[in-house]
Write a protein that binds this ligand. Structure first.
Ligand code: AMP
Length: 564
């Protein structure tokens, strides 16, 4: 294994990595750092978050930049405020021994004035989200004339969030750019195109397999019926008493709904979704980071860029449509060498989708039984007993109470004391789980389902049957090919706007406050999309979306069939 010194980094930077306790470079650092230090102009790094990619570009930047000149020399562009702050805080640690080096974070949702003042103080590295950066460029508050290095971090996420034009604008407005380093977890065609257009013969570095989930993650799935999804979620949480996790939902409405229900039932949970103000969002994230909040429930969009250490579990309340979304979700756990569990609650009709994800991710997914009531109680019981045994009694004045306690408990045996303690703690669980239902859907029930769904079970090919059913009806209760009770809506948004199916689905549902059950098939093209929707909900969706603005462009939505 190499050391940071052997990679050719400046002694001050090696000292900083030592101070951070980094023993050896991670694979991406080992591959990228020498290449970037050797004067390579352009680089494409295919790596997911958690691989140490911030240091892979951050350390070379700090090595190459001239500390003596107090103007922006490097620009790091990333998709979210969270990631922006995270990159800056890592750079701050790396530049600990470079006292004249300055880094500033510029991102939206907060006062621009302070950021302008920070820029004026003289900084060498600017870490920015695209929207705010463009604002600053247009106000002429930032000087990009002498930017030599541009790093695009999480380029695929930026594209997913619709920042394609902004990225191109930024690249076009850095006229003296000498090096462009693009980092992305995946390589969709659009990233290839940007790379081809703006990068010159880039060195390509891949860490792990693109789209491949981290090997430290145990992928599990639980098959239940649609109406038992919520109960299954609860049971999974109860079965994992020490859980510190993120639950993903597809819509804002689900996230909010479930958070409210679980809070009412005494769970330590809060929701993160697009409706929160920046202040509310910071509060929730702060509590979660400090672990005063045990569970976070979030939509994919709201959770972008979140990097919290030590997440034990990711739960997919529903499977996403895109494999990339699955990989992003599961990648929130099992970071920095830790292990993690990604649990998906799936409905029988999602088996095909699940197998599709598994085949691309290329790691085994484990089908697990949903724990029964007794299993949950046993687990909780032993967790509590472990906690009891580990409780620190060295502080406080407990000794002085002992004679009193001994007197009080004179006629009560140790066994009885333990039973009473257990009863106090477990009443809630025991009562709740006394007559707990079995939430699993077993093969037999599944076979019956397959047959009733018209599946061909010749040769016991259950998987194919389930898969076909899922593909045919992508959004559960929906998809009937345009007839029946569905209206078909046209909208002038498409993949060119940076949407992919899951994000588009979430966008239209969030805008219209409708639930996904109203939707049928969604057909996305580059410029336009067509949406099948329950006729009764069509009006509400049109009213909510038609005429609104999306990135400065007016959205047009109408009944597709009346346009003909
Ligand atoms: P990133 O992929 O940049 O988000 O990094 C993931 C985490 O790994 C961060 O918390 C880093 O502080 C940590 N990290 C980065 N490089 C190393 C290293 N060489 N050794 C140990 N931890 C590291």
């Amino acid at each position: 294994m190499m050391t940071f010194a052997e990679l050719g980094l400046d002694a001050k930077l090696v000292q900083a990595t030592d101070a951070l306790g980094y023993k050896n470079p991670t694979p991406i650092q080992e591959k990228a750092i020498p290449v970037l230090l050797s004067g390579t102009k352009d680089l494409v790094g295919l790596a997911q978050t958690g691989t140490g990619k911030t240091a892979a570009f951050g350390l070379p930047l700090l090595h190459l930049i001239d500390e003596g000149h107090k103007y922006p020399q490097a620009l790091v562009v990333c998709p979210t405020r969270e990631l922006c702050l995270q990159i800056v805080s890592e750079l701050e640690l790396f530049k600990k021994f470079q006292t004249s080096m300055h880094v500033v974070a510029v991102y939206g949702g907060t006062s621009i004035g302070q950021q302008i003042r920070d820029l004026k103080r003289g900084v060498q590295i600017v870490v920015a989200t695209p929207g705010r950066l463009i604002d600053l460029i247009e106000r002429k508050a930032i000087n990009l004339e002498q930017i030599k290095y541009v790093v695009l971090d999480e380029a695929d996420e930026m594209l997913n969030m619709g920042f394609k034009d902004d990225i191109e604008f930024i690249l076009q407005n850095t006229p003296n750019r000498e090096s462009t380093w693009l980092f992305s977890a995946t390589m969709p065609p659009e990233i290839r195109r940007i790379s081809k257009k703006y990068l010159k013969e880039p060195v390509e570095i891949t860490v792990g397999k693109t789209n491949t989930a981290n090997k430290n993650i145990d992928h599990q799935y639980f098959v239940t019926s649609a109406q038992h999804r919520y109960q299954t979620l609860k049971r999974l949480i109860d079965f994992n008493p020490g859980i510190y996790g993120i639950i993903f939902t597809r819509t804002k409405a689900d996230a909010q709904d479930i958070a409210e229900k679980l809070t009412r039932e005494g769970y330590d949970i809060d929701a993160l979704h697009g409706d929160l103000t920046q202040q509310q969002r910071d509060k929730v994230m702060g509590e979660f980071r400090e672990k005063t909040l045990q569970l976070l429930i979030a939509t994919d969009v709201a959770a972008r860029g979140i990097d919290v250490q030590g997440i034990t579990h990711v739960i997919n309340y529903e499977l996403p449509d895109d494999v990339e979304v699955y990989t992003h979700r599961s990648g929130r756990t099992g970071r920095a060498g830790n292990t993690g569990v990604c649990m998906s609650i799936i409905h029988i009709r999602e088996m095909g989708k699940m197998r599709h994800i598994q085949s691309i991710v290329q790691v085994p997914f484990h089908k697990m039984d949903i724990p029964g009531g007794k299993d949950v109680c046993r687990k909780q019981f032993f967790h509590f007993m472990d906690k009891l045994l580990q409780t620190d009694i060295s502080h406080g004045d407990y000794e002085s109470y002992v004679p009193m306690l001994e007197e009080k408990f004179a006629d009560v045996s140790k066994e009885e004391v333990l039973k009473r303690v257990a009863a106090m703690e477990f009443d809630r669980f025991l009562k709740y789980y006394e007559n707990a239902e079995d939430l699993n859907i077993y093969e037999q029930r599944r076979e019956r389902f397959d047959r009733s769904a018209g599946g061909d079970r010749r040769g016991g090919d259950r998987e194919r049957t389930a898969g076909r059913d899922t593909r045919g009806r992508q959004y559960g209760s929906g998809g009937n090919g345009g007839g029946g009770d569905y209206a078909r809506l046209f909208v002038n948004l498409g993949t060119k706007d940076g949407f992919y199916k899951a994000s588009f689905l979430q966008f239209i549902l969030d805008m219209s406050d409708l639930r996904k059950e109203v939707l049928g098939r969604i057909d996305m093209k580059e410029m336009n999309s067509w949406i099948e929707i329950d006729k009764r909900a069509a009006k509400q969706m049109i009213a909510a979306i038609d005429g609104k603005n999306y990135k400065g462009r007016r959205i047009r939505m109408n009944d597709a069939d009346s346009r003909r």
